[in-house]
Write a protein that binds this ligand. Sequence first.
Ligand code: GLP
Length: 240
Amino acid sequence: MNVRIVDTAEDVAAAAAERVAHAVTARPGVVLGLPTGRTPVATYAALRQKTLDWSRVRTFNLDELVGVAAADPRSYRSFMHEHLFDAVNLPPAHVQFLDGTASDLAAECRRYEAAIAAAGGIDLLLCGVGLNGHLAFNEPGPSLVARTHVESLHAATREANAGAFGGRVSAVPDRALTIGMGTLLGARRILLLATGAAKAGVVAAALRGPLTTELPASWLQVHPAVDVLLDREAAGAVAP
Ligand code: GLP
C-alpha cells in the first residue's frame, strides 16, 4: 500500500480531489466507485472547484440504506447530488445507485453486480473506513460476503449515521445494500481516505494488522494498487 500522510483534513481532500481529477483527465470514460460519509465531503467540495469534463465519467456508489427512497433527502443518492453531482456535467444516465426500496433486494444486488461488470469494472474506487473497520457497509463479523448484498448494520454504524435522522439511532435503517468485499477489491485502484484522531486505531489495524474478517479494511492489504491518504491525526498510530 502506498501511504501518504499530509497535515490536515483539507490537505487530504485536496490530494484526493487531485487524484480523481487526474483519473478523469487521463481517462475521460473512467468508472468511479464513490462513497458517502463525512470523510469525502471536503473531497467533493474540492472537486467542485475544479474544471473537469464529467460527460463520459460513470459512477457507482458503494452502498445505500434499505427503505430510504432515492428522492429522500437522507438517501445516499441525495447526498451525492448535494455534494457533487448537481455541480458537475455528469449525465444522469451515467450515475448508478443501489435502490434501497427495491421490492426484491436480492435481485437489485444482482442487477448492480451485472451493471458494474457491464461497465468494465470500477477503475478508481474511493472509500472511507468505519470506526469498526467496515468498508462501504461490509461490517466486521465471522465471515464477509464477496458480492453485492444486504447487510445488517451494527449498532455503532447506525449511531454514526444518526445525524441524518435527527440524531435518533432507532430511526436509522438496520439494513443496507452494499457492494461486497470482492466487488470492492475488484476495483483496479482504491483510494482510502481517513481523517481525524478517532480513526487512528482502525487505520493502524487496517494497514499493519493481521487480515481478519473482524476488520474488513484489513483486506485492503491484499490489493495490488491501494493509495491511502491520511491526515496527521488519522495516521497517529501507524508505525513509520
Ligand atoms: C458509512 C459508509 C462508509 C463510510 C463510513 C465512514 O456509514 N457506509 O462508506 O466510509 O461509514 O463514515 P465517515 O466518513 O462519516 O467516518
